[in-house]
Design a protein around this ligand. Sequence first.
Ligand code: BGC
Length: 446
Amino acid sequence: MERWKPVLQRLEEQFWISPEMMQAVAQKFQNAIRAGLTGQRSSLKMLPSYLARPTGQEQGLFLALDFGGTNVRVSQVELGGRGRIRVLRRVAKAIKGPKGDYDYTREQVTAEELFDFLASLIAEAIDGYTGEAIRLGHTFSFPSRQKDIGHAELIHWAKEFRTSGVEGQDVGKLLTEALARRGLGGRVEPVAIINDTVGTLLTAAYGDKDADIGSILGTGHNTCYMETNPISGLGPMIINMESGNFDRLPFTAYDEALDSYSHKPGEQRLEKMVSGHYVGELVRRMILDLMEKEGWLSFQEQGIFARAFAIRAEDLSLWLSDRSSNLEEIERWLHFRAAVRPSKFGERYTLRSLAEMVVRRSARLVAATYLAVLNHRDPEGKSSHTIAVDGSLYEKMPGYGEALQEALAEAQGSHPVEVKMRLTKAGSEVGAAIAAAVVSSRRRLL
Ligand code: BGC
């Protein structure tokens, strides 16, 4: 292993984000927030959501459609007021069949086919429901421009989705048409479209008065927050920053390479450095590089390492949870997933070190963006804040939550603002129901 120490050290240096670097990123991010809000050029889209914080008193039964990652979920959600939430029934299906039998993210799939698939899950979720038309909130987790709460035009796909005929279209209309084709027109009434970050914030804010930032760390990455200063005549509301598109960052050669062969080069640069869809791919590129350039890793053939996106966040998660002194879990992984047998300890150690570098960098870059939002919202550090976070990376990657919290504390330095991070499970799903409830209460007031 000794021979490889300097190689790992070199990579370690490239992937290390020091507190000073976090502060520099935070400063640039804060400038981008300001620029985006005032209509200047910015990599942050700063999209209005047309929703403010819920009162916590919203009540009723709603349908939530959550679409934007690995799984599509439709659920009946009952809001009881005073922060009480119950998910009564849930239907979930992967967007890509596990055996490769179907894949709704492919370019060959049409918008109609995709939305018919969503409508079929909605039909399943209300099977047996005989009440009056049920209002539906729709979480659509892609950069979308809204003119009101019920309509959202997809600006462009992210997370390597490629389905044809959706970009530039109103996804509210596409869903309504699919429901009509399915004969559900009179039974389901879509009333709200939101981003998943907004859903996460709404869910936390339903019972926590300090919640003012919502973030997703899952397949994709993005953050929204409560903006109190009106933008171009709009009242205070939640702004979806589309922070995954932020691009003033310390890129390594691996980031540049990944970006160049991704579906949308130049876009979603932060997301491609931090989110669940990409962290495994970055590690795979590093491994390939070590194999090709350095002759490191004595694996017979490149095998799994030669296939783009074949290493997933779940794999890194498994490597990082291997606490055995001999790294036996990783040995098994190499054996079964990569047909490497036997493997050397140094090789297994390398895999784990690479995963650590990429995952730690992810947490530190994200912490820098949170610091920027806190500084923007509360420059004098007067209030307490809750950052509501949902997503598999945050929830399941060993050590991620701690690394994020520590990084934020380090970046804040000696004048920390009071900030809690809170796992808001199923936030994107429940938030859709809260959004539908908020719209319903508005209508009652009219
Ligand atoms: C999308 C965001 C979304 C995030 C998390 C990104 O790829 O652009 O709209 O919030 O993923 O799902």
